[in-house]
Design a protein around this ligand. Structure first.
Ligand code: F6R
Length: 622
């Protein structure tokens, strides 16, 4: 989704803004822009369609734009097509020349989010003689602030508060007023935004990596708050215009973790970081060979009392939920339903006594997951978030938090956050099983040892990546690919198929192997690649027969299965063997070859692995 940066200090702003935006490229965008000014000069706006490097070229890497205060934006189109005129910043005055140039306007601004009532506000402003040059909702917000600013004439505090009351939807807004030279005003509802101070200078960003190089101590601006950011100084206000005091939060990620570290792509780097992410996440709840959920805030009494679990999430995090359903039900004997957050939030779910709602999210900002969490909170059930980003909205609003310690995930296609989320679910399920007396001490000890063995086993699979690369290089022309499996293997297929389609643009579906005969098998043609996932002993023969059924209709077969199942070679053309592990935890290993498949096919097709088309890292609009 869109990225926001801002700077007010003593250095030239534009190079700092461009560098910050480059750290947010992973979020996905289609155009970019900057507005920079000095005390005695009006803001100059430069915008470009396409990649950030175009903007960098237009501005001589920022050196051609003079000024020590500025705002920057990468846009992921929602209202209005990707184009120079729709790119941010937008200005309150009239403008020609695709919106670039020195600005005569009072207000210039950028925005993340969606303003739901922008049409109604636009009509009101048109009646007040405002003219619009873009199709964006952002231009409406900027002009609305300008309207109140001029109407009441008592400064930005009043103008912004009035606009915030009037606007419906979500926003992280960054505004500069011509009459307030070194100030940037920011406002927030739903869309994330942080502010960091270092050495008498101030940095604003929608996401941590953009300012990590400058500071790790950041302020989180809350919903329906706004702030005035000056060099080395920030003042927060609530909607009444009263000043609000805040403490900084320390970000423990180091800046290096957000760099590629010698890998060609972030995705490959993050695939390699999975053993560490899993190990550290597990270590955070493992004390003397036992799982200790006190840091999550879960007591034994509560765990005994839960009558069921609802897991809510989007995309890959939902796939984690699909795996977790099998694990919780089988190990801990507790009923689990798994819900897509975008559906759950609108379908009036029935809440029940002693229900635990678990929301899983890497970013902690996914709009639908956040709305689902709020719905659960409003209905007074217990809520637990499994989140990667400290201080994110979901982390702050959930009653209990289990942090994944995956570090910053930059590649749009998730890998290490998915693996860390799985570990959280396994640790919860294992501890629930012990406390609810579904397993004995011996089995508990064995499960913990199995959990501890995961990082090393992931490493073994990654070391064999060249074989997968060889196979993947032959699949770049595939039109349709199918992953099939049963039980946990089906849930693993869901993630594998998303990895493939999102970065290689090959149509790929995951099917519960037993479902093929109910329709999908008609899609199998001569040479269609079908990959069976077979990690569950009791389901091995069943899935194998489904593989034979598609083979007899022309499918080209591959498999991911465990060491020892070598008889599969009688049926298939290519196999990846993964180390043996307790079957409840097999997703952590079987997903690795599928991530590598997606990566290498995308690479083979010459695609932008880390920034697939149309996608955004953090989906902060619904
Ligand atoms: C796919 C992917 C997405 C996310 C989904 C939820 O590789 O990364 O499907 O899993 O957008 O995002 P978070 O976890 O940030 O809520």
């Amino acid at each position: 989704m869109c990225g926001i940066v801002g700077f007010s200090g003593h250095h030239q702003a534009a190079p700092i803004l461009l560098e910050g935006l480059s750290k947010l490229e992973y979020r996905g965008y289609d155009s970019a822009g900057l507005a920079v000014r000095d005390k005695d000069r009006m803001a100059e706006v430069v915008k470009s369609n396409g990649r950030l490097k175009v903007l960098a070229e237009m501005t001589d890497n920022g050196n051609a734009l003079k000024g020590t205060t500025g705002i920057g934006h990468t846009r992921w189109a929602t209202h209005g097509a990707p184009s120079k005129i729709n790119a941010h910043p937008h200005v309150s005055g009239n403008c020609t020349n695709s919106g670039s140039g020195t600005v005569e306007s009072e207000v210039v601004g950028v925005h993340n989010g969606i303003i739901e009532n922008y049409q109604e506000l636009k009509e009101k402003l048109i009646k007040k003689s405002y003219q619009f040059y873009s199709q964006t909702d952002t231009e409406v917000a900027v002009k609305l602030v300008d309207y109140y600013y001029k109407k009441y004439g008592i400064g930005p505090i009043d103008a912004i508060a009035k606009a915030m009351v009037r606007i419906r939807g979500s926003y992280a807004l960054e505004l500069m007023f011509q009459e307030y030279p070194d100030e940037i005003w920011v406002a927030r509802k739903e869309s994330p935004m942080i502010i960091g101070i270092a050495n008498g200078e101030s940095f604003i960003a929608s996401d941590v990596p953009a300012i990590l190089k400058h500071t790790r101590d950041v302020y989180y601006i809350d919903n329906l708050e706004f702030a005035c950011v000056k060099p080395g100084e920030v003042h927060f206000y609530n909607l009444n215009g009263d000043e609000v005091k805040k403490e900084t939060v320390r970000i423990t990620w180091d800046a290096e973790a957000a760099e590629k570290g010698g890998f060609e792509h972030f995705m490959m780097k993050e695939i390699h970081e999975q053993p560490k992410a899993v190990k550290e996440t597990l270590a955070s709840v493992l004390k003397n060979g036992k799982i200790d959920l006190s840091s999550v805030g879960l007591s034994e009494e509560e765990i005994k009392k839960f009558s069921g679990i609802t897991i809510v999430a989007c995309g890959s995090a939902w796939h984690v939920g699909m795996v977790a359903q099998y694990v919780f039900e089988d190990l801990a004997g507790i009923p689990v339903r798994v819900e897509l957050a975008s559906e759950y939030r609108y379908r009036k779910p029935i809440f029940y006594e002693n229900e635990l709602v678990i929301v899983i999210s890497q970013s902690g900002e996914t709009a639908d997951s956040l709305a689902a969490l709020r719905l659960a909170n409003e209905n007074n059930v217990e809520t637990l978030a499994i989140v990667n980003v400290v201080g994110s909205s979901i982390a702050r609003e959930a009653k209990k938090v289990f942090y994944t310690l995956a570090g910053p995930e930059i590649s749009v296609a998730t890998t290490k956050a998915y693996s860390a989320q799985l570990i959280c679910c396994y640790a919860l399920a294992t501890e629930f099983a012990r406390i609810r007396q579904k397993i004995d001490a011996k089995y508990y000890k064995y499960l913990i040892e199995e959990l501890e063995s995961i990082p090393e086993k992931i490493d073994i699979i990654i070391k064999d990546k060249e074989r997968i690369q060889w196979f993947a290089s032959k699949q770049t022309n595939a039109r349709d690919v199918f992953y099939i499996g049963r039980g946990i293997d089906y849930a693993i297929g869901l993630e594998g198929s998303l990895k493939l389609k999102e970065i290689s643009y090959i149509h790929c579906e995951a099917y519960a192997a037993g479902e093929l005969k109910h329709g999908t098998i008609s899609l199998i043609e001569e040479g269609t690649l079908v990959i069976g996932i077979l990690t569950q002993r009791s389901l091995y023969e069943k899935t194998l027969s489904n593989m034979l059924e598609v083979k007899s209709r022309g499918a080209y077969l591959a498999s991911v299965t465990t060491y020892g199942n070598y008889n599969i070679e009688d049926t298939t053309n290519f196999n990846v063997y993964i180390p043996n592990i307790d079957e409840h935890f097999s997703a952590s290993l079987a997903v690795i070859p599928l991530q590598l498949m997606g990566y290498y096919i995308s690479l083979g097709k010459g695609l932008d692995v880390d920034k697939p088309r149309n996608l955004a890292k953090s989906v902060t609009v619904e």
